[in-house]
Design a protein around this ligand. Structure first.
Ligand SMILES: [Zn+2]
Length: 46
């Protein structure tokens, strides 16, 4: 599950909210930056 951040309005858009065409549902902007899933290398082992 990936998320995008709209470059235009800054909204976080889930990949399930967009269809074949990646577009911001809020402002209609087509420039979305793909965000990495939470977690990554910032993991606490305890
Ligand atoms: Zn937007």
């Amino acid at each position: 599950m990936s998320k995008y951040k709209c470059f235009n309005c800054g909204a976080t858009v889930d990949s399930s909210e967009v269809g074949d065409i990646v577009r911001c549902p809020y402002c209609g902007g087509r420039v979305l930056i793909k965000k990495k899933p939470e977690g990554g290398h910032h993991v606490k082992a305890r």
